[in-house]
Design a protein around this ligand. Structure first.
Ligand code: GDP
Length: 364
């Protein structure tokens, strides 16, 4: 699962990305992740794993992870091919969701490309590039569909959706700001619109503003109001502090956070927000060798969840032996949970829940 970090120059992207790679999970544990200089892998914080490690006396813990993709190079005019324009846009196409870093800190030593700090203008600059790129695609598709629809009336709903999108994009609205029927949502998946991608706005604030999440920062207030209109989330961080935190070990990190009056690092909050924005949950496997969290989309059935571990597990799926994490904690041991009938045997139609501790049975 890849998230793309975008933003104008000098807003703090590299600082944040460096913090991500510094804090980075050991990539050896994540063979599925792409290892490239502009990709950072971050573990998803999950307190449940330590409990399971103690319970099963496991050798190691492998948390779930998400990948952050540093997509630098967006400037005004990217959709017209300025700067790294087209390359940039094709990178955005690959990510599941967008993290847009927005500068909310004032610092006269660090110039802003457009003169002053103004998050809404910055957001508009970036979003317009995505909108222009989408508009071009939609216009082409409208023309094509208008021809085809003459011989195939079943394309009428698609044409009407395309026209509605065209009108919105022409007005400078992101595709994500419209409402869609279920049928339209299916169609949209085939369009691959950039301005449809879920987005988190990362408000980069000054060091002394992060503890109260920038409540007194007018830039953050305006950003929050705007994000509401898009149903987008805002995560307030201080990239500079994140870079410092990333250099600390676990214990030092806790002390430092406490001094700052923070419960969690900004990066941890960002990872969790990203996870939930994408509708992701974790199920867990536990044994003496390792405890591991596996990422699935909410609503995934048992065989497909098993397929995350190995395709053989999906193909040869027989059943899943499931106990909810909380039941396991309440009972103390797996055996006690079993005695109380809380270890269930689930079949192919079972929808895996967040925190399910699972043992899959399968044929090879
Ligand atoms: P990028 O161009 O978006 O990648 O921005 P950088 O990460 O290179 O940051 C641009 C400048 O802003 C650098 O000098 C950073 O040290 C500084 N910077 C980044 N985050 C913060 C912050 O939270 N507070 C302050 N005061 N400066 C920051």
């Amino acid at each position: 699962m890849k998230l793309g970090i975008v933003g104008l120059p000098n807003v703090g992207k590299s600082t944040l990305f460096n913090a991500i790679t510094q804090a980075g999970a050991e990539s050896a544990n994540y063979p599925f992740c792409t290892i490239e200089p502009n990709i950072g892998v971050v573990a998803v914080p999950d307190n449940r794993l330590q409990f399971l490690k103690d319970l099963y006396q496991s050798e190691k813990v492998i948390p779930a992870a998400i990948e952050f993709y540093d997509i630098a190079g967006l400037v005004r005019g990217a959709s017209k091919g300025e700067g790294l324009g087209n390359k940039f846009l094709s990178h955005i196409r690959e990510v599941a969701s967008i993290l847009q870093v927005v500068r909310c800190f004032e610092d006269s030593n660090i110039t802003h490309v457009d003169g002053d700090v103004n998050p809404l203008r910055d957001i508009e600059t970036i979003n317009l590039e995505l909108i222009f790129s989408d508009l071009e695609m939609v216009e082409r598709r409208v023309q094509k569909t208008e021809k085809l629809v003459k011989g195939d009336k079943s394309l009428l709903p698609e044409l009407s959706l395309l026209k509605r999108l065209q009108a919105a994009l022409e007005e400078g609205l992101s595709a994500r700001s419209l409402e869609y029927t279920e049928e339209e949502q299916e169609l949209l998946k085939t369009f691959g619109l950039l301005s449809m991608k879920p987005i988190i706005y990362v408000a980069n604030v000054a060091e002394d503003e992060v503890a109260d999440e920038g409540v007194n920062n007018p830039h953050v207030q305006r950003l929050r109001e705007f994000a509401k209109t898009e149903d987008a989330e805002v995560v307030v961080i201080c990239a500079k502090i994140e870079a410092e935190i990333a250099e600390l070990d676990e214990e030092e990190k806790e002390i430092f956070l406490e001094e700052l009056g923070l419960q969690q690092s900004g990066l941890d909050r960002l990872v969790q927000a990203s996870y939930s924005l994408l509708g992701l949950i974790s199920y867990l496997t536990a044994g003496p060798k390792e405890v591991r969290a596996w990422t699935i989309k909410r609503g995934t059935k048992a065989p497909q969840a098993a397929g995350k571990i190995h395709t053989d597990f999906e193909r040869g799926f027989i059943r899943a032996e499931v106990v909810a994490y909380n039941d396991l904690v309440n009972c103390g041991t797996h055996a006690a949970a079993k005695e109380k009938g809380l270890v269930r045997l689930e079949g192919k139609e079972y929808i895996v829940q967040d925190g399910d501790v699972i043992l899959f049975r399968f044929n090879v």
